[in-house]
Design a protein around this ligand. Structure first.
Ligand code: FES
Ligand code: FES
Length: 157
């Protein structure tokens, strides 16, 4: 039997009809948040990463019903083409976006890190991106991009 889920997505309050067994990933994509990517669907690749109450989580291993009254941020909520978030800009500047499939999740994991630790070490960035797999790159550029974004966000660049 369907139920109504009350959530805030990217700052907008929503009431969404869901089935009790639906996972959050599928609900978000159905609602049009296609930046939430469907990869492994078993919690290992990180392409479905979102911020749930400001914490990076994998939306494929959460029931939508578990997010009642929560705040959700997807990649659509953190920047636009004309006004990108500093992390998005740094990924572009460093040239580390290839196919792009992993990038939304990776940027949200990086945002989660920088919101809590504005001056991370390289190892701390590595740890933060540990759950986000990329088939195209060697990760070093993305780590460099996060460190560059951190400097911009600290007002140093
Ligand atoms: S699709 Fe969720 S971790 Fe891979
Ligand atoms: S850029 Fe293609 S999977 Fe990461």
């Amino acid at each position: 039997m369907s139920q109504i889920l009350h959530v805030t997505i990217n700052g907008t309050s929503k009431e969404i009809a869901i089935e009790p067994d639906e996972i959050l990933l599928d609900i978000l994509r159905r609602e049009g948040y296609k930046g939430v990517k469907r990869g492994c669907k078993e919690g290992t690749c990180g392409t479905c990463t979102i911020l749930l109450n400001d914490k990076a989580v994998k939306s494929c291993i959460l029931l939508a019903a578990q997010t009642e009254n929560c705040s959700i941020i997807t990649i659509e909520g953190i920047g636009t083409r004309d006004n990108p978030h500093p992390i998005q800009q740094a990924f572009v500047d460093e040239g580390v976006v290839q196919c792009g499939f992993c990038i939304p999740g990776m940027i949200l994991s990086a945002k989660n890190l920088l919101d809590n630790n504005p001056s991370p070490t390289k190892d701390e960035v590595k740890m933060a991106l540990d759950g986000n797999l990329c088939r195209c790159t060697g990760y070093s550029g993305q780590i460099k991009a996060v460190l560059a974004a951190a400097a911009v966000m600290r007002g140093e660049k």
